[in-house]
Unconditional design. Structure first.
Length: 438
């Protein structure tokens, strides 16, 4: 793929009706894109079904949710959860009596990790164990789900699984330097990816963020065939990230956060959707804008492209409501600081010659560099200091707006999707928000 494929027109169709079934393939958390899509399913009157990744006990064994956990999760979802653990990834799996990949990482130190080697034959055995565990559990889930879907009902599968960082102490320190380090604390992301530790993480990212989408599509084949034989339709969506077009100097330009280590897995996710599409299966990856979530907060500076969304709201026929968002954001700033000051700082960052080489779509995801990290992390820190309270940021407010917009965009576009990979850039986000609040 040599160029982004943006969604420019607001989707109008909606095939989903009360009684149709919405399946959330991933857990619902407090901050994240899935909340917007679940809200659309609720408003449409769909039957909502969820899954769980399960929990690990003190012995690291995977277990279902207990009664209290299940009740809380079902209340948050507003639907039934199939309580079979679907933890993705293989970092905590191994043949019986043998060490897991995470346990192997316990021997790595901050002094030696760049040179330390892993036993890849053993890692492959662990991966096979993890994939079998996941696909066996998925078969159980699909058998249960098949009995929950009435004949003739449309089905929407929303894949939300992402991540895959092993819980290794050494990686926490490395990640802080790769994603938050500047000056003497800077660390090259390429150094991480060239190490055995980095290669393991990339393999686990693939399993969690991408391959689970393929497993879902394959495992639901019987449900799909049954639904389609009765005249119903089945759709699949997944959340991607592959940069975003934002408003810079009155026109939209693609830009990205560097270094997005999960980017390779997100491109694998796109290929899985394209392969399914070529087989006649309506599966679409929606590459969404940067927002602040529990998982994205590790990436210092990933939130900066959110702020020009304020300009896009005005450009895309924003009126009273758009102006109210400006006022709400300005109210979060420290005394003497204006929103124009913040926007100027962020747009200067985007225009900076240091950042321009990273707007190379074909080369994405590029490794970081010291000048780029210093500028990105430094600008993020400066913008945060322009607020009254570092726990009440403009980017928090704007993140909720992006989630609000992506919900209906994905829900409606999936009724009659135009392709397997689509970008939701700031223009369509602003159009959708202005329409919702007209």
């Amino acid at each position: 793929m040599n160029t982004p494929i943006p969604l420019h027109q607001l989707p109008q169709e909606n095939i989903f009706r009360p009684g149709d079934v919405f399946v959330l393939f991933g857990e619902l958390f407090g901050r994240g894109y899935a909340n917007g899509l679940v809200n659309e399913a609720r408003q449409a009157g769909m039957q909502i079904v969820g899954i769980t990744v399960g929990r690990r006990d003190a012995s690291n064994l995977l277990r279902p949710l207990n009664d209290e956990e299940l009740a809380a999760a079902e209340q948050a979802l507003g639907g039934k959860i199939i309580n079979v653990p679907l933890m993705a990834g293989f970092d905590a799996d191994a043949p019986a009596g043998e060490p897991t990949p995470t346990e192997l990482l316990g021997s790595l130190t901050l002094k030696s990790w760049t040179e330390d080697k892993l036993d890849w034959a053993h890692i492959e055995k662990c991966q096979a164990v993890g994939v079998k565990r996941f696909t066996d559990a998925l078969a159980q889930v699909m058998a249960t789900l098949g009995g929950m879907i009435p004949q003739g009902r449309n089905v929407f599968f929303a894949h939300t699984m992402a991540g895959g960082i092993p819980k290794a102490k050494v990686f926490l320190a490395i990640a802080n330097r790769v994603y938050k380090g500047r000056g003497e604390r800077f660390m090259s992301s390429q150094t991480l990816l060239d190490s055995d530790l980095g290669k393991l993480i990339l393999k686990n990212f693939d399993e969690v963020s991408a391959n689970t989408f393929g497993h879902l599509i394959e495992a639901s084949a019987t449900i799909r065939a049954r639904a389609e034989s009765s005249g119903a339709q089945v759709r699949y969506s997944a959340y991607g990230y592959h940069g975003t077009e934002i408003l810079i100097d009155d026109s939209y330009h693609w830009q990205t956060y560097t270094n997005y280590t999960q980017g390779l897995a997100k491109m694998r996710l796109e290929r899985i959707a394209a392969d399914a599409w070529n087989k006649g299966i309506k599966a679409t990856v929606y590459n969404c804008p940067e927002i602040r979530t529990n998982s994205s907060d590790i990436f210092a500076g990933v939130e900066l492209p959110l702020i020009p969304l304020l300009n896009a709201l005005k450009k895309e026929n924003g009126s009273t409501w758009a102006q109210a968002q400006w006022l709400a954001c300005e109210a979060l700033l420290a005394e003497g600081i204006t929103l124009d000051d913040v926007l100027a700082k962020v747009l200067d960052f985007q225009r900076n010659p240091v950042m321009l080489p990273f707007r190379n779509f074909v080369a994405w995801p590029m490794p970081n560099s010291q000048p780029q990290a210093d500028l990105t992390i430094g600008t993020s820190d400066e913008v945060q200091k322009m607020h009254k309270d570092n726990k009440a940021l403009i980017t928090d407010l704007l993140s909720t707006l992006v989630i609000e917009a992506t919900g209906p965009l994905i829900f409606r576009e999936s009724s009659a999707p135009t392709g397997p990979v689509l970008w939701l850039n700031h223009d369509i986000i602003a159009k959708q928000l202005n329409l919702l609040h007209a």
